[in-house]
Design a protein around this ligand. Structure first.
Ligand code: FMN
Length: 211
């Protein structure tokens, strides 16, 4: 009886081993001599989708606070950087927000004001994602940002606004801009304090899912 059991167990072991070896055989790939890589590709594919986006960081900065954030963003993302330069630079008097007759006050009280920009972005078509940075002026984006938005076709692009301010939040500062570039996909914007660190800027940027 013991002998019979041993023979039976031996047969079971031989059959099990044969089954395991069979599982390691290459799959029939229709005569193709290349090994099948379908499992490897399936594992890698989900991480590769957004890579390769071409990114532009465009900004206007009257006193260089927004410029600092824009530079960190462009460095961290490996993006191109473009300064929105007013044809007529803003002087200290122009920026005097306590004076209702200053240039900034007058422009911001006129919804039709479109301060002219010197120069332009080369080949805007090449960009998939455009960051637009500005200082908050009375809770809004300066009118020169509207000039910028209206100068290009942003259809099909992703736009992300960011700003710096003394204390105001991001608020609805991009709402007029969104209306002017309806064909774009707008992500939620973000406000930074002047002198925000590269770590803070990149923690936000890396959470957007665009790189
Ligand atoms: C005309 C003007 C209006 C401003 N309005 C606001 C405001 O409403 N809220 C705020 O927190 N800061 C306000 N600020 C401060 C700027 O948003 C802040 O200093 C910003 O970081 C400046 O950025 P920049 O150096 O890139 O121009 C104002 C500044 C100016 C010149």
């Amino acid at each position: 009886m013991k002998r019979l059991t041993a023979v039976f167990l031996a047969i079971v072991m031989v059959l099990s081993l044969a089954a395991c070896t069979g599982g390691n055989e290459p799959a029939d790939n229709g005569g193709n001599t290349e090994p099948s890589q379908s499992h490897t590709e399936e594992a890698i594919a989900p991480n590769t989708t957004p890579a390769g986006s071409k990114i532009l960081v465009a900004y206007f900065s009257a006193t260089n606070n927004t410029e600092g954030v824009a530079q960190q963003l462009a460095n961290g993302l490996g993006a191109d950087l473009y300064e929105i330069t007013p044809e007529k630079p803003y002087t200290d008097e122009d920026l005097a927000y306590g004076n209702s007759n200053s240039r900034s006050s007058v422009e911001m009280n006129d919804p039709a004001a479109r301060p002219a920009i010197s120069g332009s972005v080369e080949n805007m078509e090449q960009y998939d994602v455009v960051f637009i940075g500005y200082p908050i002026w009375w809770g809004e984006a300066p009118q020169i940002i509207s000039t910028f938005i209206e100068s290009y076709d942003f259809s099909g692009k992703t736009i992300v606004a960011f700003c710096t301010s003394a204390s105001s939040g991001f608020g609805n500062s991009d709402s007029a801009l969104r209306s002017a570039a309806k064909g774009a996909k707008w992500l939620d914007g973000h406000r930074f304090a002047a002198g925000a660190s590269a770590d803070e800027v990149m923690a936000w940027a890396n959470g957007l899912g665009i790189n």
